[in-house]
Ligand binder design. Sequence first.
Ligand code: NDP
Length: 296
Amino acid sequence: MSSAAIIDGKSFAAALRGRIAASVPEFIAQSGRKPGLAVVLVGDDPASQVYVGSKKKATVEAGMDSFEYRLPEDTAQADLISLVERLNADDHVDGILVQLPLPPHMDDKAVIAALDPAKDVDGFHVVNAGRLAVGEDAFVPCTPLGCLMLLKDRIGDLSGKNAVVIGRSNIVGKPMAQLLLAENCTVTIAHSRTQDLAEVVRRADIIVAAVGRAEMVRGDWIKQGAVVIDVGINRLAPAPGETKGRLVGDVAFAEAVAHSAAITPVPGGVGPMTIACLLRNTLVAAHRRAGLAHPE
Ligand code: NDP
């Protein structure tokens, strides 16, 4: 049995960020301003704070303006929506990202619905989800967009491939399936009610696992030569002597390398692509709003 190539999402993402940063000066020269991303965080969820911090750093490193809004946990939903409406109207803001999850007293859907779809760089607004579904130009959620880039880089033409997406969330699974369908794959979407998942996965040339269950996909589920994209981020319980448990994906990596042609590691696979694609979507939004053709 051969050993899989490891898909280096970290360096792919770094190269994408480099290309984005390189095209920002031209945008500034043409439009007279920097592209701008506003990130809104409500409450003090530690994981969300880390994500927001990394997004800010990456935005500034790409030469874009970063506008950060940190609101207290008990902010009223109406006040958050007023802020979103102000950002919709602000000419310096090209992209708006409201960090999810919101506190329990808020309705994520109502807040996302308040976003101007032209600034919805996360691609969560129903207008963007609908455009993706009917094959129109849309902002596509960053994680599945990053997965597609890695797949196309590895495989080239995806036409006719059997793809199995495990997970059907609006953020990852469903848009991933839409993207693969648009690439002419034969797509199966699996979820918690799918029967005989191992058999379903065995038919796949492409497997995208977006479940949130540590090492659920076993090596012997994977057809020899399949390409595996592992979106899952799961922290194991600490082993004796460790303070923090290891991060693992939804795929049993050590087993999967013996079966697959190529696989993304966790960490260092899909994760870094998410922020790079957020910058890409922001740059695209900036070009569209300025009436300019976007570079990629
Ligand atoms: P959700 O919890 O929203 O969705 C999980 C999906 O997995 C659901 O559709 C669910 O099915 C399905 N599922 C649950 N159990 C099983 C099972 N036993 N067999 C088959 N399917 C199952 O998660 P997300 O889509 O938001 O995220 C998925 C994973 O990806 C998480 O680990 C998350 O941390 C990670 N993630 C990583 C990102 C990155 O940047 N790398 C970004 C976003 C997410 P059902 O619909 O029937 O309940």
